[in-house]
Every structure is written in structure tokens, then in C-alpha cells.
Design a protein around this ligand. Structure first.
Ligand code: SF4
Length: 434
């Protein structure tokens, strides 16, 4: 069986590519070329009714939402509620990062309920299984790691993430690096512990080709999750740059084996560093689609990290990133609630829209233009709330405020621009149907 990338390289425009092209309002050939060269990756659905998602160059920004249980709280219904809410508010992919309780039950509940692709980090279940089955995580072998990947794929997971770059070479580099937070990622810290305790190489790095063959046999992409920086003081540093070199090699090896690669990177950093960090990562990873967590632009936004991340995401997207993590106000504090997941998705969608309006104005500004016209037609800044990123949230907010005499916005009262301004606007000359 040929994979998406192999078919695209042979010039085949598949039904999947046509579907993505229709949704993105782009020519199928452009998508095919992107898949063939690796700058676009498609995360397929596990069922015909699950909407596939494409990330990468020329495509609108996409959003993935992390959720999942931990050993401190693990209620399947709660995680399912978060997944359903994230989907309803516009998340493109759900990543179940569960590390506690009934992992299989949680994953199955999410996969069988939502109609968007679901992802996972197989490492967590691999380590937990080894402990619960009495084997001990440091005794795990190649087959143990691959078996869990296979099992999760069979359950319907199509976006799998691996901390493959956290190898001995990176550990040595980090050991000498001048960093406040040497290892930020949960998965990377688990891998680093495994390397230190066993003296062996990161299994996802050592058996990377086997992992790729497994993913290729299911026609799935790979997400390469980086360590990232976890302190603003560290920002984008030499160790990040070194890790992107390692990830770049993994991206090339993936493409050679017919697997599309998505890179998940960047960390906490001052805003001014974001364009350079994105450029560095993109160049060193051969322009693979780039997903970002944040980046956080301050370490002091606890309770408001959805705003913090949205600022960083918008900057990163404008600089060339393609995929953002919907961080919540509970980031750095604890497991998110359903409400904070919703806020996080909306904040990320605003970040994506802000960047897309600038990157792809021809396609992205169409709906903005409709809103601008509706404001003038209705004589109020309120406009047509159905066009908003979150119509429901917009209508809720509108229902809370005092209305003007005409039933619209009350901010300026009799000094409302729409009542006072004497000049005709462009909108008045545009045809209604535009
Ligand atoms: S009252 Fe002020 S804010 Fe409200 S619609 Fe008029 S100009 Fe806009």
C-alpha cells in the first residue's frame, strides 16, 4: 500500500486531497504538491464521518486541544465532555494526553464520540502498562513500545506524537547548556529518565525506522514532539537550535519512508524572539508543518495563559507556524475544566484568524468584509453576530449589556458614530450580494 506522501509524489490526486482542497478553497494540485514535498501533512479521520485535517503551507491555521486525565483526577465523562466542547467550539484535533485512570476507556469514549481526529502520546500508556503489569518500565523492549502504538491505532487514534529527538546526544547537549529549565516537556523528562536509568538510547529514536514503518502501514503521519524551553529567560537558545537539527534528520527519514512529519516545537520566549525561532525551526526541519504550544510570551500570566498563548501563537503563525495548541487559563496550574478548554479553543481561533487575515488576505478577509458590511447595514458595531468566531459567546455577551434605544450597542449613546458620521462609506457603494 502506498502512503499519502508516496501517492502525492507520483502525482496522484487522491479523494482525500480533493476533500482538503474543497474545504480550504484551494486547488487540489497545490495540496498534492505540499504533501509530496512534506510541507503539508494530512491527519486522516478514523471513520468516514471523521473530518480529516491538513496542516502546513498555504493552509489556514489549525488548532489542537490537549486534554486527558492524570493520576490525580481521572473521570472518563469529564474528559469526554471536554472533547465534545472543544469540537463544538472549533478545535480541529483532540489530543488525549491521559496519564491516569482508565486510559483505554477514556480514549475509546473520545474516539467513538467526536468527529475530528484524535491524537495520543503512546509513551504514557507504555510506561503505565509496564508498571501495572509488574514488568517495570526500565525493562521495556522494542516490541513493548511498538505494541502500544499499534493498539492505539487500532482504537482509532490517527495523530500520534513521539519525543524521538530526546536522544543521548541531546541529553549531553542539554547537560552543558546554560538553561533555567533544561527539560520542559513531560514526555521528554520521562524519556530522559529512561535513558539515565537504563543506559540505553531513547527507544523511539533507536527504533525510529520500525516506528515509521508501522505508521506507514496505517498511512498515518508522525508528530515529532520537541523538548521546548520552559522559561522566558531561556527563550530560543542553542539547545533548541541543536534539537531542531536532530528533528530535521528525523523529518527527512520519515519522508523517505513515506510518512508525513509534523513538528511540535517552540517554548517560552519573549515576543521579539518568536519570528527567529519559527524561522530556525522551519529551516532546520525542512519546512515540515509546525505546531506550537503558545509560545508563552511571559511566565507571569497564570490564570490567563490562554491569552498569553494566543499572543504567542498569533506571532508564531504570522512568522510561519501552522498549527496551535489551545492552551487554557489553567495551564501551569492544573487540569483544565470544560469551561477553560472552551476559552482556550476560542482564544486560539482568534490567534489563527488574526494571522490568517494577514497571511492569506484574499481568502481570510471574505468573512471579515461581510461583518464590516453588516455593521453598516444594521447601523451598529454589533453587526451580524452569526459571523463571529464564537456566535454563541457573542450573543451571550450581547444579552448581558444594556441596549441603546434602538436595541443595539449602548457604548456611545447619542454620540454613536453610525448616527453622527456625515461621510458615505465604501459599503454604501457595494452591491448587496457581494
Ligand atoms: S454606540 Fe459607539 S460602539 Fe456602539 S455602535 Fe455606535 S459607534 Fe459603535
Amino acid at each position: 500500500m502506498s502512503t499519502q506522501i508516496q501517492l502525492a509524489q507520483r502525482g496522484t490526486i487522491t479523494p482525500l486531497i480533493c476533500e482538503i482542497a474543497r474545504r480550504e478553497n484551494l486547488e487540489p494540485e497545490l495540496i498534492r504538491e505540499g504533501v509530496a514535498t512534506g510541507v503539508v501533512a494530512i491527519v486522516p479521520g478514523s471513520r468516514p464521518d471523521v473530518r480529516p485535517v491538513a496542516v502546513g503551507e498555504n493552509l489556514f491555521g489549525k488548532i489542537y486541544t490537549n486534554l486527558g486525565s492524570s493520576s490525580d483526577r481521572n473521570i472518563v465523562e469529564e474528559e469526554l465532555s471536554k472533547a465534545k466542547s472543544a469540537e463544538a467550539k472549533g478545535a480541529d484535533v483532540i489530543i488525549d494526553q491521559s496519564t491516569g485512570g482508565e486510559l483505554d476507556a477514556t480514549r475509546k469514549a473520545i474516539v467513538t464520540t467526536v468527529s475530528i481526529p484524535v491524537g495520543c502520546i503512546p509513551l504514557y500508556q507504555t510506561l503505565l502498562l509496564a508498571e501495572t503489569q509488574g514488568q517495570g518500565k526500565y525493562k521495556l523492549e522494542r516490541e513493548d513500545f511498538l505494541k502500544v502504538v499499534e493498539k492505539q491505532i487500532a482504537q482509532g487514534v490517527t495523530a500520534l506524537g513521539f519525543h524521538a529527538s530526546m536522544c543521548k546526544a541531546l541529553m549531553n547537549y542539554l547537560d552543558l547548556a546554560r538553561r533555567f529549565e533544561k527539560i520542559t516537556s513531560r514526555g521528554c523528562s520521562l524519556i530522559a529518565d529512561w535513558i539515565v536509568q537504563t543506559g540505553r538510547e531513547n527507544p523511539y529514536y533507536e527504533f525510529y525506522d520500525d516506528l515509521l514503518d508501522l505508521l506507514a502501514s496505517h498511512n498515518l503521519p508522525i508528530t515529532l514532539v520537541s523538548n521546548r524551553t520552559g522559561a522566558i529567560i531561556d527563550g530560543h537558545d542553542d539547545a533548541s537550535s541543536y534539537e531542531y537539527d536532530l528533528i530535521g534528520e528525523l523529518v527527512i527519514r520519515a519522508r523517505e519512508r513515506g510518512v508525513s512529519a509534523i513538528v511540535n516545537a517552540l517554548g517560552h520566549m519573549p515576543m521579539g524572539m518568536i519570528p527567529k525561532a519559527v524561522q530556525c525551526c522551519k529551516e532546520k526541519t525542512f519546512f515540515a508543518p509546525l505546531g506550537v504550544l503558545g509560545p508563552a510570551v511571559t511566565d507571569l500570566a497564570h490564570g490567563y495563559d490562554h491569552i498569553n498563548a494566543a499572543i504567542g501563537s498569533a506571532m508564531a503563525m504570522l512568522a510561519g507556524a501552522n498549527y496551535v495548541n489551545a492552551q487554557t487559563r489553567h495551564e501551569h496550574l492544573g487540569l483544565p475544566t470544560t469551561e477553560s478548554i472552551i476559552e482556550g479553543v476560542i482564544a486560539s481561533r482568534i490567534a489563527c484568524k488574526a494571522a490568517d487575515n494577514s497571511r492569506y488576505p484574499e481568502r481570510a478577509l471574505r468573512v471579515e468584509r461581510k461583518m464590516d458590511k453588516s455593521r453598516h447595514r444594521t447601523g451598529s458595531c454589533v453587526g451580524d453576530l452569526r459571523l463571529c468566531i464564537d456566535p454563541e459567546g457573542a450573543m451571550d455577551a450581547f444579552s448581558e449589556v444594556i441596549k441603546s434605544e434602538s436595541g443595539g450597542c449602548s457604548i456611545c449613546g447619542l454620540m454613536c458614530t453610525y448616527r453622527v458620521a456625515p461621510l458615505k462609506t465604501l459599503v454604501e457603494y457595494l452591491p448587496d450580494e457581494e
